[in-house]
Design a protein around this ligand. Structure first.
Ligand code: HSE
Length: 409
């Protein structure tokens, strides 16, 4: 096999190390599938002593400076696995593209913040950006939307896109423990980052949701207009309430087309227990895509980790080696149109309300009056407890019929 596709990898942590391992371990299958040998022509990492690679890579040229590597190495593609929306990662990506090399990246934060500029730069330099590993780890959701579902108008996407949050919510449900307690344990076990805010505050899910929305609806990436709410305020009581009503709580990233425009939101949701996505637990991710011809499809799998994420990175390298034209939004950027964005007032959904009220005659009537003024209506209601001399407070939990969010905020 005479032909060679040359890649240089920047960042040799968990994902970078896994990518080297996969390219080495499955070299024969990969070459056969590409019709050419995929060769690692350079490596770069911040600390040479801490690289997560258990193959001998001493024969591969080493760079200490990733930007220099992106600029001067003779490669067909640069694989950026450094992470972060600014700094070195951004510079490496821009430099690679400007130097006429295609880019493979797992960097969802960078794409969410600067993906539109990078896509334009890639078009101008006639190179590709491939980013399967940026969303939902090992699940091939980017290719599924861009290729497998390319004939459809995509109506909506909703997904569990963050394994840390799913693990915390699943453990809270299984053990009845509170958020802080489960988060602390997840951090001690290394499942959650020391600074968990990107994950638990929903930002990581929002980055991925904005990327999926752009791809699905042919719009520029618009992270800034994504409504984001994380899981810090979810209590053990909320989880028990959801269970009693027949739901599980999941943090979902939702992108859909409504009559007002494109809706992008991330927040905890009550998901009916009999929906398949409700049973995607622990660190697993899942994405539900609705298309006008295909109907509803569910994609599930591991959303993070060395091997699943490397699987996606290498699938991108193989696509490029095969000569596939990886248009960033699945269409030429000249056809990417800005479309109206729907605001939170227009979001339409059912809502869960948990109130502590005085246990006396007329309280429900008073609440009903307020709901009526906002055109809201109760679907289910449970009262818990009974007022006593010591405390006349009881718990009223309700689910509302589907309504506009504007009436509640
Ligand atoms: N931190 C992410 C998660 C994985 O917990 O799912 C990488 O996107």
């Amino acid at each position: 096999m005479g032909k060679v596709f040359k890649v240089a990898i920047a960042g040799l942590g968990t994902v970078g190390g896994g990518t080297v391992k996969l390219l080495k371990q499955n070299a024969e299958e990969i070459s056969n599938r590409c019709g050419k040998k995929v060769e690692i022509v350079a490596l770069c990492s911040r600390r040479k002593t801490h690289i997560n690679v258990d193959f001998d890579v001493s024969d591969i040229p080493w760079y200490d400076d990733a930007v220099q590597m992106a600029k001067e190495v003779d490669a067909d593609a640069i694989v950026e696995l450094i992470g972060g929306s600014e700094g070195v990662a951004r510079e490496v990506c821009e430099t690679a593209i400007k130097s006429g090399k295609s880019l493979v990246t797992a960097n969802k934060a960078l794409l969410a913040m600067h993906g539109n500029e990078l896509a334009k730069l890639a078009d101008d330099n006639n190179v590709n950006i491939a980013y399967e590993a940026a969303v939902a780890g090992g699940i091939p959701i980017i290719k599924s939307i861009r290729e497998g579902l390319a004939g459809n108008k995509i109506l909506s996407i909703s997904g569990i896109l963050n394994g840390t949050c799913n693990y915390i919510l699943t453990t809270m449900k299984e053990t009845g423990r509170g958020f802080d307690d489960v988060l602390a344990e997840a951090q001690a076990k290394g499942y959650a980052e020391a600074d968990p805010s990107f994950d638990v505050d929903g930002i990581d899910t929002a980055h991925k949701t904005a990327i999926l929305a752009a791809l699905a609806f042919g719009v520029p990436i618009d992270f800034g207009n994504t409504y984001v709410e994380g899981i810090r305020k979810i209590s053990a009581r909320d989880i028990a309430n959801a269970d009693e009503f027949g739901y599980k709580i999941k943090l979902l990233g939702i992108a859909k087309v409504s009559d007002k425009g494109i809706e992008q939101r991330v927040h905890p949701c009550f998901v009916p227990k009999d929906e398949p996505i409700a049973n995607v637990d622990g660190v697993f991710n899942a994405v539900v895509v609705k298309g006008d011809f295909v109907g509803t499809s569910l994609f599930a799998g591991r959303g993070a980790g060395e091997r699943p994420t490397a699987s996606s990175v290498v699938s991108d390298i193989i696509d490029l080696a095969r000569g596939h034209d990886e248009r960033f939004f699945g269409l030429s950027s000249e056809f990417t149109k800005v479309k109206p964005i729907s605001t939170r007032d227009d979001f339409e959904s059912s809502y869960y309300i948990d109130l502590e009220v005085e246990d006396k005659s007329g309280v429900v009537a008073d609440i009903g009056k307020i709901l009526k003024e906002e055109n809201l209506s109760i679907e289910k209601l449970i009262q818990r407890g009974r007022g006593t001399k010591e405390s006349n407070v009881v718990n009223l939990v309700m689910i509302l019929h589907s309504s506009k969010e504007g009436g509640l905020i």
